[in-house]
Ligand binder design. Structure first.
Ligand SMILES: Cc1cc2nc3c(=O)[nH]c(=O)nc-3n(C[C@H](O)[C@H](O)[C@H](O)COP(=O)(O)OP(=O)(O)OC[C@H]3O[C@@H](n4cnc5c(N)ncnc54)[C@H](O)[C@@H]3O)c2cc1C
Length: 526
């Protein structure tokens, strides 16, 4: 194959939606160059996603926009299920201090987030976003570089990439190019989405309401100071916006009321049957479609980007083991499918809840929600642990593999720092007490650090987390997911033979935007 070297780039990203731009940022911060090709010249202006969770805020932190996201979002108190008369049946509370170091639920405006992401990308020399460009062909995904063809105002062009990330949304050309088809998870409904700006006295709380009314299921939330979002399943009637939202406003209200948009969407539940062919990958809505009832579609897409980019960086930049890339689909697909199924179940709770048996189900649900800790668990289940695989060593006595390490504040040179910033961008062994010499030697041989949590100066969160997980040490991946544990009382990881080769690289990493502070290395590497 002849490849025009001038047209060769490490990574081509198809689509500059939130997932594509986040992937480009995550790669750029690790020194991987990319070209992002996008049909439109500017951010898609209509609001779509409005809710996200603390895991997503942590990913945005890794992409370098954690503070910027905090500035444009506001914490929400949780989610309530209301009956047809708007009486509260169940309430799932969210705290402002989640496991990942951020509010468990945040409300935001998707175009505003996309603007933040694009501004950050504009400051990265490693990535170039080309707008007004239609990608017309990808592949075939052979063993060598992948050909990407595109068209702009000046004609047809081509690029050759070591990897292609298809972040091109629901009607993905990339999915078609790799021969992927949708697996239908059996949910398809037409809904009306209404965004309103008003300073009027809208009846609401600081969270999301799901109205479980078989005749007219609805979702409602306050998005920002004066912005509100309603979603209604389309029914027989032709009500006006004011008629639909009348239950939330005083009957006499005639003040300001600006309908930002009123759009119909078909909400679907689907997962692509394959997410990869050679070096071509699917991410975001190109790989999965989630009804928005639990606010997780975009969240799943950002998890895809975080999961894939550190693996791709190791393969492209450090000659890491190609098998790392196999774990992208095997880890992300079951997780995304679980989330889609939860969203469908929420749809069921909203629409199937008015028959005789449903009254019993509602009481049971409301009672369950009063059991201490259960709603917190239910919240965590939105993002379950990753299933076992080469990079997640699960087994008896091992609770932590596949779950995230919490992110408390730690101390670096006396300065409070979020844990992830202190850890940098590599694998890390975190230990409950001073690491045994054999553990230090293992870490050394793998080129990773062993840090004792006592030296990190957090508020005790990390030690308590290890204790609760009955672990003396954990091996953390760069995405802060626990890969393996040293069960309490044991001295060494038992399954190193299974994973050590996967961590092996022949080249050192390019210093990343998240290289761990030197002082921390000095004080804690033994
Ligand atoms: C009403 C509604 C409410 C929602 N609420 C939430 C929520 O609260 N929380 C949540 O997490 N998610 C929510 N979502 C889902 C969320 O909006 C999507 O999951 C998210 O936008 C997907 O991002 P993406 O980058 O994968 O795809 P997109 O945002 O669709 O971006 C794909 C990009 O690829 C470009 N593209 C496509 N084909 C080509 C081509 N051939 N050449 C060049 N460019 C191309 C497109 O122009 C587009 O910019 C909601 C969705 C809707 C509709």
């Amino acid at each position: 194959m002849t490849v025009d070297e001038a047209a060769r780039v490490p990574v081509v990203i198809v689509g500059a939606g939130p997932v594509g731009v986040t992937a480009a940022l995550l790669l750029a911060r690790r020194g991987v160059r990319s070209v992002v090709l996008e049909r439109h010249r500017d951010v898609y202006p209509l609001p779509r996603a409005v809710a996200s969770d603390d895991e997503i805020h942590r990913i945005l932190q890794a992409a370098g926009v954690g503070e910027e996201f905090a500035a444009i979002s506001r914490p929400a108190q949780g989610l309530r299920l209301l009956d047809a008369r708007h009486r509260v049946m169940a309430e799932f509370r969210r705290t402002e201090h989640g496991h990942h170091g951020y509010p468990q639920t945040s409300m935001f405006d998707q175009p505003e987030l996309e603007r933040v992401l694009r501004d950050a990308l504009a400051g990265r020399p490693e990535s170039q976003l080309r707008g007004g460009v239609e990608v017309t062909g990808i592949g075939p995904a052979s063993t060598g570089p992948v050909r990407v063809t595109y068209r702009d105002g000046t004609g047809d062009h081509e690029l050759w990439a070591d990897a292609v990330l298809g972040c091109d949304g629901a009607n993905s050309l990339t999915r078609e190019a790799i021969g992927g088809v949708w697996e239908d998870l059996r949910f398809e409904e037409r809904w009306k989405v209404i965004d309103v700006d008003t300073t009027g006295p809208v009846r609401c709380w600081e969270g999301v309401d799901q109205v479980c009314d078989r005749a007219r299921p609805a979702t409602f939330m306050r998005v920002s100071e004066n912005r509100y979002r309603w979603e209604f399943r389309l029914g027989e009637g032709q009500e006006t916006v004011r008629e639909l939202i009348a239950p939330w406003l005083p009957p006499s209200y005639d003040g300001d009321f600006d309908v930002v948009r009123e759009t119909e969407y078909t909400f679907r539940a689907r997962v692509a049957d394959r997410w990869r062919s050679g070096r071509v990958f699917l991410l975001g809505d190109a790989a999965h479609l989630t009804p928005p009832f639990i606010g997780q579609g975009l969240c799943s897409g950002l998890r895809d980007a975080y999961n894939l980019t550190w693996k791709l960086t190791r393969v492209l930049q450090q000659d890491g083991d190609e098998r790392l890339l196999d774990t992208y689909e095997s880890e992300r697909k079951p997780h995304a499918r679980h989330v889609v199924r939860l969203a469908v179940a929420m749809g069921w709770a909203m629409t199937g809840g008015q028959d005789g048996a449903a009254a019993f189900r509602r009481r049971a649900l409301a009672a369950a929600c009063r059991i201490p800790g259960l709603t917190e668990l239910a919240g965590r289940d939105l993002s379950p642990p990753l299933t076992a695989g080469p990079l997640v060593r699960r087994g008896a006595r091992r609770r932590l593999p596949g779950t995230h390490c919490p992110q408390p504040w730690v101390s670096v040179d006396g300065r409070p720092t979020r844990l992830d910033e202190a850890l940098g961008d590599s694998f890390t062994v975190l230990t409950a007490s001073d690491p045994a010499p054999s553990l230090t030697a293992l870490a050394h041989s793998l080129g990773i650090r062993a840090l004792c949590v006592a030296d990190l100066g957090d508020d005790g969160t990390l030690a308590a987390w290890l204790r609760a997980g009955r672990a003396d040490a954990v091996l953390l991946r760069p995405d802060r997911i626990v890969m393996d544990v040293l069960p309490a009382g044991s001295h060494d990881f038992t399954s190193t033979a299974a994973w050590a080769s996967l961590l092996h690289t022949t080249r050192s990493p390019v210093p990343s935007a998240r290289t761990a502070p030197k002082s921390l290395l000095r004080s804690t590497t033994r």
